[in-house]
Ligand binder design. Structure first.
Ligand SMILES: *Cc1c(COP(=O)(O)O)cnc(C)c1O
Length: 388
């Protein structure tokens, strides 16, 4: 039987580019067509609001150079990154996009920021005054303002935002007023309506001095809290990459990533013995163990030792023993021997329900963002293209 390929999203999907080790023993398949479809799905959900895309941290580790053009091709015109350096890199990729910097102004980088037409989202009064002064010298500069409505992370206190006078902001073109939800992924949390109301109440009060063009509160999960959370713009990240932004409901997003490792060896065991470091898994009767070339160095969480699952198509087998740096071991006794020959690739993140991104994250008590950004540099990256 031929090695099981990842089911392609469309029959003519083509690898566009790759990173990692070409022809290596493990690979990360990133479906750009599905990223594009996910953005379109979120734009539909957002209704009249603009759906932007968050591509910080190298598009959550998936490769901004490939992800951003796919999103732009789908119709996305507004992007968010965190650092100035990320914005400069994205500007080279997308010359015409509107690019916001979530970390705001890097002190002293007013000119570099403006020259690259990057829009810093200011969160400190001093930065507002510095950028405004720069704007009064060179002509109006576009900025955003981040207001803290309860996250206690980045942002101006509402009172500080209200304290900005027309003279303070002369020289600025304020294109966005944003805040961020602390508990968007817990739909029933009382903090969601609290933050929404605080944000909504603030906006009209800001209007006399600030020419508000767009207000934004929701990230991926916020979009599914309902239209009253959409304001003028939504800023999804992780949902674009396949995570479920609607807890308690079937995932409306298409799966984007699949991490695959090659079976290097099949071990036939017929007497009691243990598997892997720490001898944490005991074999009692006849067993077939597949040793797979994926480890924690590739981003497969070591905490999934004795807990994770590997898929061969729709067939599932448990990870047994400890996950090591380059290898993991799977009990394939229940699977047909012909389906588990050395050389066969198995899916360990993505590809089946118990290996789904959200499931993997939940099993190790973290968020899917953390799993994606933790994917290793070693797997060969295979990008399936957009067909439009
Ligand atoms: C990272 C981030 C987002 C995107 O969050 P997701 O949960 O990935 O959708 C949106 N807004 C801000 C301020 C962020 O830091």
């Amino acid at each position: 039987m031929a090695p099981a390929p990842h089911p392609p999203a469309m029959p003519d999907a083509q690898p566009l580019a790759s990173g990692g080790i070409a022809g290596g023993d493990c690979r990360l398949i990133v479906d750009l067509g599905r990223v594009a479809a996910n953005w379109q799905r979120l734009q539909k959900e957002a209704g009249a609001a603009t759906c932007a895309a968050v591509v910080k941290a190298d598009a959550y580790g998936l490769g901004m150079a490939n992800i951003a053009p796919a999103l732009a091709g789908a119709g996305c015109t507004t992007f968010f990154v965190a650092h100035l350096a990320e914005g400069l890199a994205l500007r080279r990729i997308l010359p015409a996009a509107e690019i916001y910097l979530l970390h705001g102004l890097t002190p002293g980088a007013e000119a570099r920021t403006a020259e690259a037409r990057l829009i810093p989202i200011l969160h400190r009064r001093d930065d507002v005054l510095a950028m405004a002064q720069f704007g009064r010298r060179v002509g109006p500069v576009p900025v955003g303002l981040q207001i803290d409505t309860g996250m206690t992370r980045l942002g101006l206190e509402p009172a500080a935002a209200l304290g900005l006078t027309a003279a303070d902001v002369a020289g600025l073109e304020i294109k966005l007023v944003m805040s961020h939800l602390a508990c968007g992924d817990e739909p029933e949390h009382a903090k969601n309506p609290e933050q929404r109301q605080a944000f909504a109440a603030l906006l009209p009060q800001l209007l006399p001095t600030l020419p508000r063009k767009a207000a934004s509160l929701a990230a991926s999960h916020g979009i599914f809290l309902g239209p009253e959370y959409h304001f003028d713009m939504v800023r999804p990240g992780v949902a674009l990459y396949g995570a479920n932004p609607h807890p308690g409901h079937p995932n409306p997003m298409a799966e984007v990533v699949c991490l695959q490792g090659k079976i290097l060896q099949i071990r036939h065991v017929d007497r009691p013995r243990t598997v892997g470091y720490g001898a944490t898994h005991h074999l009692h009767g006849p067993t077939r163990i597949a040793t797979v070339s994926i480890g924690y160095a590739d981003g497969y969480p070591r905490a999934l030792s004795n807990r994770g699952f590997a898929y061969l198509g729709t067939m599932k087998a448990p990870v047994v023993g400890r996950v090591s740096m380059d290898l993991l071991t799977v009990d394939v006794t229940a699977l047909p021997a012909a389906a588990t020959l050395p050389g066969t690739f198995v899916d360990v993140i993505g590809g089946g329900a118990d290996a789904a991104l959200d499931r993997v994250a939940a099993m190790v008590d973290t968020v899917p963002h953390n799993i994606l950004t933790g994917l290793g540099r070693r797997p060969e990256r295979i990008y399936l293209g957009c067909t439009e």
